[in-house]
Design a protein around this ligand. Structure first.
Ligand code: FE2
Length: 367
C-alpha cells in the first residue's frame, strides 16, 4: 500500500474565486480567457445570499462568486483579500471518507459532509481548511448528470454562444504563498492530511535575484495529477514579491493558477489578441535560452515574439508564461504551461521570471 491510499484523489473538480463583482469577473474570464459559461446560481434561482457563475474550458472549471450583502462571508473575504481563490476543490471517490480521514489527521473541518440532490442525481460535498482563508472541498459526483451542482441552472455565455476557447486544457498546479517560516508547516499538512510527497524544493539560493528571494516546495499526490507548490519569502535586500503578496492579500493565499495548453504558441497568441497582459521577458533571455534548453518542437522565433519562457529537466522540456495580476491588488495571477515530458516548474526560468515580477513591483512602488 502506498502512503496515499487513505486519500485517493481523482483530479481537480473546480476552482472557486470569491470576488467583489462576479458578474464582471465572469465576463472577464469569458472574454479574455475564452471560458464558456455553463451554469448560474443566484437570487433568480432561489439562492438569496450570493451569485455564482460556472465557467468551463476543456477540463478546467472556474466558479466566480460574489456576496450580495455587506455582512456576507464572501463580501468580507473580497474586502480583506481582494478577488482571489477561495476553494481548490478536488474530485474524490468518497467525499465523506476523505473528510473523515482529513479531519482525523488534523485538518480543520469547515463544512461537514453533506449531500445535495435534484432531479439529475446527487453530489457529496465536504470542506476542510488549508492556508489562510483558502479551503479544499471534496466532491463526489459519480451519481450526478446535471450541469454543475444541484441549485444551479444552465446558463449560456453573455454573448449567447459558446466560446471555442483559447486551447487551455486542464489545471496543472495551484501555488500557495504562506508567511515566512510557515512553508514547512504547510508541507507537513499536505504530507499528513493528503499523504502527498515533496517532489522538488527550491532554496533561496536557487530563487534569488539581486533584491528578493523565496523558498518553495512542491507537494504532489501519488500520481502527480495534483501539484501544490508552496512558497515562503526569504531574506533579501528589498521586499520579496511574496511579502508584497502577503501584505496586499492580508495573509496567505493562492499566488497563481497554472493552466496547461497543448499549443502554447496559439494559446498565448489568442490570449494576447483578447487583451490578456503578460509579464515581459528581457530580450537578453533569448540570447542563451537555446543553448540552455536544446532542441524543441516549436520555433524559437515564435517564443521570442510572444515572450514565452522555456526550460528543460531530466524528463523533457516545458514552455511557460505568466500573466500580470488579474486584479488591481498585486496578488493572484495565471500561468500558461505546455509540458513536453518535463515534470518540473521551470526553475531555470525563476530568475528571469522574478526579475520581471520585480520590474512590475518597482512600478507599483513596492520594491
Ligand atoms: Fe507555476
Amino acid at each position: 500500500m502506498s502512503a496515499t491510499d487513505f486519500m485517493p484523489l481523482d483530479g481537480w473538480d473546480h476552482i472557486e474565486f470569491w470576488v467583489g463583482n462576479a458578474k464582471q469577473a465572469a465576463f472577464y474570464y469569458e472574454q479574455a480567457f475564452g471560458f464558456t459559461r455553463r451554469a448560474y446560481a443566484g437570487p433568480e434561482t432561489g439562492i438569496r445570499d450570493r451569485a455564482s457563475y460556472v465557467l468551463e474550458q476543456s477540463d478546467i472549471r472556474f466558479v466566480v462568486t460574489s456576496g450580495l450583502r455587506g455582512d456576507s462571508d464572501i463580501t468580507k473575504f473580497a474586502c480583506s483579500h481582494g478577488d482571489g481563490v477561495k476553494d481548490i476543490a478536488l474530485l474524490v471517490p468518497d467525499a465523506r471518507e476523505a473528510y473523515r480521514q482529513a479531519v482525523q489527521r488534523g485538518a480543520r473541518g469547515i463544512v461537514e459532509p453533506h449531500t445535495l440532490e435534484d432531479e439529475f442525481g446527487q453530489v457529496e460535498l465536504a470542506t476542510i481548511g488549508t492556508y489562510g482563508d483558502v479551503v479544499h472541498t471534496f466532491v463526489t459526483r459519480n451519481d450526478y448528470a446535471g450541469v454543475y451542482l444541484p441549485g444551479y441552472v444552465e446558463q449560456q455565455s453573455s454573448n449567447g454562444t459558446g466560446d471555442a476557447g483559447v486551447g487551455l486544457l486542464n489545471v496543472d498546479h495551484v501555488v500557495g504563498n504562506v508567511e515566512l517560516g510557515r512553508m514547512d508547516h504547510w508541507v507537513g499538512f499536505y504530507e499528513r492530511v493528503f499523504g502527498m510527497t515533496e517532489m522538488i524544493h527550491f532554496s533561496d539560493e536557487d530563487i534569488s535575484t539581486e533584491y528578493s528571494a523565496l523558498m518553495s516546495k512542491v507537494m504532489t499526490d501519488g500520481e502527480g495529477k495534483i501539484k501544490f507548490p508552496i512558497n515562503e519569502p526569504a531574506e533579501g535586500k528589498r521586499k520579496s514579491q511574496i511579502e508584497e503578496y502577503l501584505e496586499f492579500n492580508q495573509g496567505p493565499g493562492s499566488q497563481h493558477v497554472a493552466l496547461a495548453s497543448e499549443n502554447i504558441v496559439q494559446t498565448v497568441e489568442a490570449l494576447k489578441e483578447r487583451g490578456v497582459l503578460f509579464l515581459s521577458t528581457p530580450e537578453a533571455y533569448y540570447e542563451d535560452v537555446g543553448d540552455r534548453v536544446g532542441e524543441i518542437d516549436e520555433s524559437w522565433e515564435d517564443l521570442r515574439r510572444l515572450l514565452i519562457l522555456a526550460d528543460r529537466d531530466d524528463d523533457g522540456y516545458l514552455l511557460q508564461i505568466f500573466t500580470k495580476t488579474a486584479q488591481d491588488r498585486p496578488t493572484l495571477f495565471f500561468e500558461v504551461i505546455e509540458r513536453h515530458g518535463a515534470r518540473g516548474f521551470g526553475d531555470g526560468n525563476f530568475k528571469a521570471l522574478f526579475e520581471a515580477i520585480e520590474r512590475e513591483q518597482a512600478l507599483r512602488g513596492n520594491l
